[in-house]
Design a protein. Structure first.
Ligand code: PLP
Length: 264
């Protein structure tokens, strides 16, 4: 590529700058992409938690996407927090029409602080409408369980089984993130699907409480890197290495009194 790829995040705002579109735009820039953003919701939150969500009307989410695609050639899309079923359906409908080259879906459901970021009745819309549009989905262990309607995987064998089960529900590739297995010294993710087989990707577990926005950052970095890499495995590996660096640098930031952000 002679010019930077254009990456689009369809996600929500986090005023504390650690997660959501703020994290995505930083990860896009740091990974060589030009960043664009369509907002699904505003959140009121800091590093200690989310106090409120103000969702954008679905028709206006659709209008933002349509107006952007009418003018800008988007190379890769990352989908993050969708808030409710109406927004999830509007995003699916718009992407069915625009068919961007690469789509990464981070099925965001609940914040680390325990606040629901996707209403429960929207999970079916994500599973039925958005999974088939995604080239790669990046659930963590609880999110994979929610998508399948089962308990979160307890070990690596179960994680591989659930990643395979998600392929059967219509996803093309699944990166099942193992970071919630906090007793392991390594954070091991499982990548399965078309063109990748079953691959385990491990990274050293970084000892920091500043992990806010980890999932947003990883999926955005993958979307930024995929157009610059030959295949998904290479893009995911590079994004994971980028995230390890951002986690290692996180303690140099003094932002808020809770779970601080990773440092891009
Ligand atoms: N807020 C927004 C807008 C998000 O998109 C996300 C995750 O995707 C979060 C908060 C949750 O971030 P964390 O669980 O890292 O605190």
């Amino acid at each position: 590529m002679t010019h930077p790829p254009v990456a689009l995040t369809i996600a929500a705002s986090d005023p504390s700058g650690g997660a959501g579109i703020q994290a995505d735009l930083k990860a896009f820039s740091a990974n060589g992409a030009y960043g664009t953003a369509v907002l699904t919701a505003l959140t009121a939150q800091n590093t200690q938690g989310v106090t409120g969500i103000h969702a954008v009307p679905p028709a206006f989410v659709r209008e933002q996407i349509d107006t952007l695609f009418a003018d800008v050639e988007v190379d890769a899309v990352k989908i993050g927090m969708l808030a409710d079923a109406g927004i999830a359906a509007a995003v699916a409908e718009a992407l069915e029409r625009h068919r961007p080259r690469y789509v990464v879906l981070d099925p965001v459901m609940v914040s680390t602080s325990g606040h629901r970021l996707l209403e429960a009745d929207a999970v079916a819309v994500v599973r039925e409408r958005l999974l088939p549009l995604a080239d790669l989905i990046t659930p963590n262990l609880p999110e994979a369980g929610d998508l399948l309607g089962v308990a979160a995987a307890q070990d690596r064998g179960e994680a591989v089984e659930q990643a395979r089960a998600l392929l059967e529900t219509g996803a093309r590739r699944v990166l099942l993130k193992g970071g919630h297995h906090t007793h392991d010294a390594e954070s091991v993710d499982v990548l399965v699907g078309e063109g990748t087989g079953v691959v385990e990707l491990s990274a050293p577990r970084v000892d920091t409480r500043n992990t806010h926005g980890t999932g947003c950052t990883l999926s955005a970095a993958i979307a930024a890197l995929r157009p610059q890499c030959d295949d998904w495995h290479t893009a995911v590996r590079a994004a994971k290495d980028y995230l390890t660096g951002a986690l290692r640098a996180a303690d140099t930031l003094r932002v808020g009194r809770g779970n601080g952000p990773v440092h891009h």
